[in-house]
Design a protein around this ligand. Structure first.
Ligand code: FAD
Ligand code: FMN
Length: 473
């Protein structure tokens, strides 16, 4: 019991710490049903005490932390008496760091401010200013701490006019740059109580200068006593851990390599999570998909010449360490429903799947993998995948090499295996896609065609039910 609670606490601050999760007690501890013997009542008593502890602890934690870990005890005011309301949408915590600094500035000037998750949006009777800071995930989708906001907004109007301003944090690497902040902007514009003279501000890759443009605008529009100094907002998230470089293995083309690292303290992680590093004191974090092999983390990385993160991972001497954090990525964990799984990847997209296949016992898993050269695959992955096939951890493998004589892409594989793909969806299985965004787009189009032709079902149905999930970049 205590072990489970500790595991929840060890998840880094970005983790969703919900009451439901805290109540996820191993059923075996409760021993409900089954033959009655001498140990039964004792185990039940331990279970019951544990449950009580769990609930009490969960309630305390829930009151202190919101879903992405905003520490509510930092709030100098309540939502009912604050004039400045800061609402945050964040998945991995970056946006929260900006919001906290902004709140500190307001508080230091004696202004009554209140910071909360967008999901906790409610009535703010004394509010004069509402500032929304949110990131975007998927295709213009909400981060986890904001998923319920738009719904709540329609149901909870404010009783007085409020000055509203919005900043979106995102990345131009994604087609829908700051898409969720745009949706919020439009939805708030429709509220009669919202005064919105300012345009929507957007920040790429946590660029502090761009963020400060929004702060400057707040100063100009509303004469607020804020300091738009990038240095003040250049704060890295705390709770970085030390990870030691254990091993490295290079592929034929040298730019693609595997790297094995180990946390020096107990860190909770699983395949599909992300490792986040800050190379060379750059303020922008780089993410790498994690495979869990034993108690080590394995990454698959492509070096970008001149790239800070990838060359750091390539060149750091074994035995040296990196300060990083694990970001839980539950949407991309191996499903626990025992239904068949199709994994689709290109290039470094194989990274999280190696650990998932390695840990697989009985689930039918089919891998569709695309790479440029066959040589690179042969020397880098073949041996490992052959072992998985022989041991039954992998049921089928379909390969495409775009620079081989017969040029093939993953999309060709999906067309060839459209029967398998749709069967897995019909059997309530999952399709997991990891790798480049371009590949993801083409793959989704191909799956969409197969769904229409063979199942007469729109792909959206499977995206909505999370039977098709992606982690692409
Ligand atoms: C959710 C997620 C998971 C990821 N998982 C992995 C992973 O498992 N393995 C992995 O290798 N990477 C992964 N990445 C990408 C990784 O985070 C870095 O973006 C990548 O390593 C480049 O960072 P860098 O610091 O080396 O380059 P930067 O210093 O950011 O850029 C240096 C140069 O490289 C160019 N460059 C950077 N990225 C690209 C690109 N994608 N295409 C073309 N040019 C580019 C830039 O334009 C620039 O000129 C992931 C990204 C995300 C968002
Ligand atoms: C898996 C993934 C998907 C993303 N999708 C988008 C997107 O569609 N549009 C966008 O502008 N940014 C996207 N981003 C970038 C994040 O919004 C950006 O890194 C943001 O600063 C994260 O803030 P947070 O740490 O507060 O969640 C994505 C990032 C990841 C890791």
């Amino acid at each position: 019991m205590i072990e489970t609670v500790m595991a929840v606490i060890h998840i880094d601050s970005i983790a969703t710490i919900s009451l439901e999760r805290l109540l996820a007690i191993p059923i075996s501890l409760l021993q409900i049903g089954g033959p009655i013997d001498k140990t039964g009542p004792i185990i039940f008593l331990i279970g019951a005490l544990g449950l009580l502890f769990y609930i009490l602890f969960g309630v305390i934690l829930k009151n202190k932390m919101t879903s992405v870990g905003i520490d509510m005890s930092d709030n100098p005011n309540t939502g009912a008496d604050a004039e400045f309301i800061l609402l945050v949408g964040s998945e991995t915590g970056g946006t929260r760091v900006f919001a906290k600094e902004l709140m500190n500035q307001l508080a230091n000037r004696g202004l009554k401010s209140y910071l909360a998750d967008l999901n906790d949006y409610t009535e703010y009777p004394k509010a004069k200013y509402l500032m929304v800071l949110t990131s975007t995930y998927g295709e213009g989708d909400a981060p986890s701490s904001a998923s319920r906001f738009l719904n709540r907004l329609q149901k909870i109007p404010q009783g007085q006019q409020i000055n509203v301003s919005i900043v979106g944090l995102g990345s131009t690497d994604y087609a829908d740059f700051c898409g969720y902040s745009e949706r919020i902007f439009r939805a708030l514009k429709e509220q009669s109580w919202a005064d919105m003279p300012m345009p929507l501000y957007k920040v790429n890759d946590n660029n502090v200068e761009e963020f400060c443009e929004w702060i400057k605008a707040l100063v100009n529009y509303y004469s607020l006593p804020l300091i738009a100094s990038p240095a003040l907002f250049s704060v890295k998230p705390k709770q970085l851990r030390t990870f030691v470089f254990i091993d490295r293995y290079f592929s034929e083309d040298e730019q693609l390599f595997r790297v094995r690292i180990k946390p020096d303290t107990n860190v909770n992680f699983t395949s599909g999570d992300l490792l986040s590093i800050y190379p060379a004191d750059d303020n922008r974090e780089r993410f790498y998909s994690v495979s869990r092999i034993g108690d080590a983390i394995e990454l698959v990385v492509r070096e970008f010449p001149g790239g800070l993160g990838s060359t750091f991972l390539k060149n750091t001497v074994l035995g040296n360490s990196v300060k990083a954090r694990i970001m839980e990525n539950p949407k991309f964990h191996f499903p626990d429903n025992k239904r068949p799984v199709i994994m689709i990847a290109n290039g470094t997209g194989i990274a999280p799947f190696r650990g998932m296949i390695n840990a697989n016992r009985r689930v039918p898993v089919h891998l569709f993998y695309g790479s440029r050269q066959k040589d690179v695959y042969d020397n880098f992955l073949k041996q490992e995948m052959d072992y998985y096939l022989q041991s039954g951890k992998l049921s089928g493998q379909y390969l495409a090499f775009s620079r081989a004589e017969e040029k093939l892409y993953v999309t060709d594989l999906i067309r060839q295996q459209s029967g398998l793909v749709t069967q897995v969806l019909q059997d309530k299985g999952t399709i997991m896609i990891c790798g480049s965004l371009a590949m993801q787009k083409d793959v989704l189009e191909e799956i969409s065609l197969a769904c229409q032709e063979l199942l007469q079902v729109e792909i959206q149905t499977y995206l909505d039910s999370a039977q098709i999930v992606s982690d692409c970049y």
